[in-house]
Design a protein around this ligand. Sequence first.
Ligand SMILES: NC(=O)c1ccc[n+]([C@@H]2O[C@H](COP(=O)([O-])OP(=O)(O)OC[C@H]3O[C@@H](n4cnc5c(N)ncnc54)[C@H](OP(=O)(O)O)[C@@H]3O)[C@@H](O)[C@H]2O)c1
Length: 181
Amino acid sequence: MAKYPLVAVVAMAKNRVIGDGKKLLWHIPDELKRTKMRTMGRPLIMGRQTFDSIGCALPGRANIVLTRRQDWQAEGVEVVHTIEDALTTAEAWIDAETEREKEIIIFGGAEIYRLFLPMLRAIDATLIEATYPSNNATHFPESDWGRWTEDPAYPSTRTEAQGTTPAYRYVRYVPSIQPRQ
Ligand SMILES: NC(=O)c1ccc[n+]([C@@H]2O[C@H](COP(=O)([O-])OP(=O)(O)OC[C@H]3O[C@@H](n4cnc5c(N)ncnc54)[C@H](OP(=O)(O)O)[C@@H]3O)[C@@H](O)[C@H]2O)c1
């Protein structure tokens, strides 16, 4: 049971590709800026491989990294080894200062999205209107998409393709049935 809502923030291609296991497959500066704004002041729960792909702790947010390695550590990171510890750490970080946003961001990658999927209150997705090779790629987990519905109240802006940057749009999916928390 999480004390605060859990929201996944993800950018994914049409075929649900989110990266190649080491990095993203696109470079969309405006999307990165938006993700920064969307996650600022909130705790992020991410997998160790996503942390490695970013390479450093993101400022203005709690960087909570799940790993099974008992000896793993990195500067600016809160290391956790279980889902329960990840949630407790995120909640404690929010509660430590009154102005912090009362929302926990599930920041990826695929293994971490999969772990938290049943608990999500929403998926804030950037849908990239392109398909990337699936072989050896990392995908957003299979979901019963019938369980998710687009939130019509969410401002779903679309950006046209420009040069090598594909078109993309922002969508919020919410479960038709409320998740267990
Ligand atoms: N497009 C997007 O929005 C987005 C967002 C995030 C990431 N990505 C991409 O996704 C890829 C990485 O995703 P990924 O699925 O390979 O890795 P990941 O989910 O970032 O991290 C996996 C790691 O998390 C740890 N872990 C997983 N389950 C655990 C559990 N139950 N308990 C404790 N630790 C656990 C393990 O770390 P140890 O091996 O250290 O034990 C595991 O290797 C990269 O390409 C990245 O760029 C894309």
